[in-house]
Design a protein around this ligand. Sequence first.
Ligand code: C2E
Ligand code: CA
Ligand code: CA
Length: 693
Amino acid sequence: MNQISTMVWAQTLYNSSNIAFLVSNAQRHIVSVNSAACTFLGYSEKELLGKSSRIIHVSNKSMDDFITYIEAVKRGEYIDEIVFFRHKDGHIIYGRIGADYIEKSDEILWSLIDVNKRVQIEKELREKKYQLNVAQKLLKMASWQYDLKSGQISASDEVYTLLHLDKNEPLTFEKFIAMIHPEDRALMLNNTKILLESGRTEGAIVRVYVEVRDGVKELRYFKSKGMALFDANGKPYGTIGAILDVTNQKLLELELKEKNRLLEHQAYYDALTGLANRSLLMDRMQQKFAHADRHNTKVAVLFIDLDDFKSINDSLGHEAGDLYLQKLATIMQERVRRSDTLARLGGDEFVILLDDIEDSDTIIHIIDEGMQAISKPIKVHEQDIYPNMSIGVALYPDDAHDATTILRNADAAMYEAKKRGKHTYSFYNEAMTSAAYEKLSLEADLRKSIENSELRLYGQPQINAQKMYCSGFESLIRWEHPTLGLIPPFKFIPLAEEIGFIVTLDRWVMQESIKWLAQLYKKGLNPGVVALNIAVQELEQEDFVDFIQSIIKKYDAQASWIEIEVTEGGIMKNPEKSIAKLQEISDMGIKLAIDDFGTGYSSLAYLKRLPVDKLKIDKSFVDGLPDDEEDATISRVVIALAKSMQFEIIAEGVETKEQLDFLLQEGCDNIQGYYFAKPMPIEEFEAFLQKPL
Ligand code: C2E
Ligand code: CA
Ligand code: CA
């Protein structure tokens, strides 16, 4: 490019550029402008040329600045500044200026780039930032930015104020998490995870321990909300967000909730006792009935009415009456299962719902236990009050299908109980009531049978039919009931087992039998060995061996006089435990007979490990002898088994000569049965021993 063409090119560029160009001389007069400069400054070329640059300066100060720039440019310094000028209209315009010194003519070429838009934006941004800051301060909002890479949090002053942290100590994510209530940490961490994965979260309220003073920590509620920051590749590099102290709102909310809970509680619970009230009871009934339908079970509704509440109120006053109700409610509440509902309907009326009931026995059992539990006096103002109550029982679905009717029926049954003489219970269904009554009174009587001396000891001889002598006897119990007369064992032994009375009963028999046996020996008679029936529960008693030893010692008896009969089924309930216990007994020199042999399912393996001395062929097999083939076969097998294992063998329930002959022929010499003798009272047994067979 030659010089001329360069000039032309520069001139063209100067004229057509978007950048404003302006040339000033040594007197700071404008000597040249391009069209962009005219547009930028709002003047025509004519209006500017030859004018002092003052025309475009805003103030004296800006003119002074201009002079400074000129001097700098003349020194060869580079300038790049944003300067404001005055537009012809009078408004301020921003230009980014650059300058070149033309030494030859002592002129300066200025370039001005329009930066009005940018300045405007920056100004707005600054304003917004300021507004945001003010708003955040007003809202007590604290903003933070979390950098994933460094783990650092850069936070606004408010964050430090809210968290009571020192601004000079760096805040990390770990540090913040450590301040959060342990139960809420997982929530916060999970929230951050979601935030990083999806970009934003709903925000969570977490509890934060804030050290408000030295060593004094306060629990505050903070709402935290944030957004994730992603790089150009869409990878998160941090999060940004704000936390808000919502402690006051939250506390208010909790208070409201508690108030609502209380209101709800008042709607469903009895104010005096804290038990369920009628409304809740009706609800629960519906629920439990539906449950019973699904599981094919029954629900028992017990309507309870105190017998003497009115007199307590009258004699001790209402306050004492209330106290009594409260104490009673506590005792009853402790007695019912967790799943049962105990409600107070008002006054002295209570209702218990028992679910998962299969039969009436269960209910009777529960009522019995319950009545026993409340049989202790309750102290009210130094007065002992024995709670007496009448209970009416109705069963769902047997007695009705809806809650209201069931409750009415239970109420009616309760009135029946009152009529019967109070402190008792009655079923809505009559038949159940009488069955329950019989059982209940029998049970109560049985418990008193020993102290009332109603038990009798009977003995049934065991005969060696080969050599024709009495080798011993089986002790059998009888109960002489004051009104029902002599009750056979099969009517009360199962009941005794059920109510846990069997151990007491068996021990009475053991003691009386050994005492009597010792007396016979002292008299010079030879009664042989006494066979004592022992229920499995006895084998489970820790002190069983001690007990036997103590009575042997007490009556100066010998272990070899005693044989214990345990049923096959009983042993097999818990063979391992039975084996250990029976071994101890056997080691003492007491014999063991397996009763009712053949009716249970003992395995030979166990039989070998048990210290067995004798097998007792059950009466049910003897009954069919000699004609019933099955009975005959079983009897033969049992006898053969006993022989091969070197056990003694005895048959019980032998009534006829044919039975006896069969057994003798098969090798069973020991016989117990009506053929020789029925069980007899012990006085008779003494005479029996002295007579020849
Ligand atoms: P068990 O141990 O099988 O006793 C034998 C039962 O058969 C006795 O009935 C006895 O009277 C009866 N019996 C004996 N020979 C004949 C006979 O030729 N014909 C008939 N029809 N019956 C005969 P009991 O005394 O009524 O006893 C019934 C069951 O009650 C006993 O069966 C025993 O399991 C239990 N038991 C009796 N006393 C006690 C006791 O003190 N403690 C325990 N745990 N159970 C006892
Ligand atoms: Ca027996
Ligand atoms: Ca038997």
